[in-house]
Design a protein around this ligand. Structure first.
Ligand code: GLV
Length: 326
């Protein structure tokens, strides 16, 4: 008998077809957002689940789903997984690294440019019929080329952004990360490690690319914002919760910070009303990896993790490989 897997959100039909060659597949092509109780009900008798960042996998769910052996996340981030609880329960976790790195770095740069150069704000002005003459200071924004790009979190995506900044825009790149890159990688990215304080003080544009965890919660709050330049731009393509959105909205409103570009939000898809009221913030709906080829590659990798593990005991990108050894 084929193993049973649940695809918990809508996905590319070709990925469902591929899974159906190997598994008894239950799918959710209507993209219903199940409550944790409904998800646990759907998972009864399933050995694998294909998740996105919106399904929480924790000890309570695992206890209710004793047949579950693997959760394959279609995302590089996995803060929806309680990894310790999964390891404890002997359930494998996988994510989708690498396939989205360059696409996400492209988007980070797009959001930085849109924010610094006030692209959304000026388009709204034009569409509203308010443009009736050229003016020397109309939507004058911040310079990007040659300025200092700060990066908080320097994994693969951070490194992609550093290269775009250094080689594409002639920027001086500084970064802060818990662990410093080796000299060769720093040279490849043309990036210099600095303390977090120095990063906040010296960045003209600060890009957040660190994973979300209890330790990174509100890494940028009132205190950090107060250390930044008044002329600075802040871009978050990492996760909601890394920034204190209420504190950010206050800084944007009072001019303590010039502008922000946000692809992720605390409590998304709900966006803090104070952010919605700010004109100097570009808001996008968590789309940094959203190109057709990249989203397909992510879905294929999640499916290949299910196939590799449930059929051959060999997942491609395990997050808790200790489960395999056990
Ligand atoms: C998207 O946010 C991801 O983690 O892949």
């Amino acid at each position: 008998m084929k193993p049973a897997v649940l695809v918990a959100r809508a996905v590319f039909p070709e990925v469902l077809d591929k899974l159906a060659q190997h598994f008894e597949v239950s799918s959710n092509q209507d993209d219903v957002l199940w409550t944790p109780t409904e998800l646990a009900q759907q998972l009864q008798g399933q050995q694998g689940v294909f998740t996105t960042g919106s399904q929480r996998i924790d000890a309570a769910l695992l206890a209710a789903c004793p047949d579950l052996k693997i959760c394959a996340n279609m995302a590089v981030g996995y803060n929806n997984f309680d990894l310790d609880a999964m390891t404890e329960a002997g359930v494998l976790a996988t994510n989708t690294p690498d396939v989205l790195t360059e696409t996400t770095a492209d988007f980070g740069f797009a959001l930085l440019l849109a924010t610094a150069r006030r692209i959304s704000e000026s388009e709204h002005f034009l569409r509203a019929g308010l443009w009736n003459h050229w003016r020397y200071d109309l939507f004058a924004g911040a310079e990007v080329h040659g300025r200092t790009l700060g990066i908080l979190g320097m994994g693969r995506i951070g490194q992609g952004i550093a290269k775009r900044g250094a080689f594409g825009f002639g920027m001086k790149v500084i970064y802060h990360n818990r662990s410093r890159l080796d000299d060769a990688t720093e040279a490849t990215c043309q990036a210099r490690w600095v303390s977090k304080e120095e990063l906040l003080r010296n960045s003209d544009h600060l890009m957040l690319v660190l994973p979300y965890s209890a330790a990174s919660h509100h890494s940028i709050g009132q205190l950090e914002l107060a250390q930044m330049k008044h002329t600075a731009t802040l871009v978050n393509i990492a996760r909601g919760g890394i920034v204190d959105d209420a504190a950010l909205a206050a800084a944007l409103r009072t001019g303590q910070l010039a502008a922000a570009g946000l692809d992720v939000f605390e409590g998304e898809p709900v966006v803090h009303p104070d952010l919605l009221a700010c004109h100097n913030v570009v808001l996008t709906p968590h789309i940094a990896s959203a190109t057709q080829p990249t989203r397909l590659a992510m879905a294929q990798l999640a499916a290949d993790n299910l196939i590799g593990f449930l059929l051959h005991g060999k997942p491609l990108t395990p997050l808790n490989p200790q489960v395999l050894a056990a």
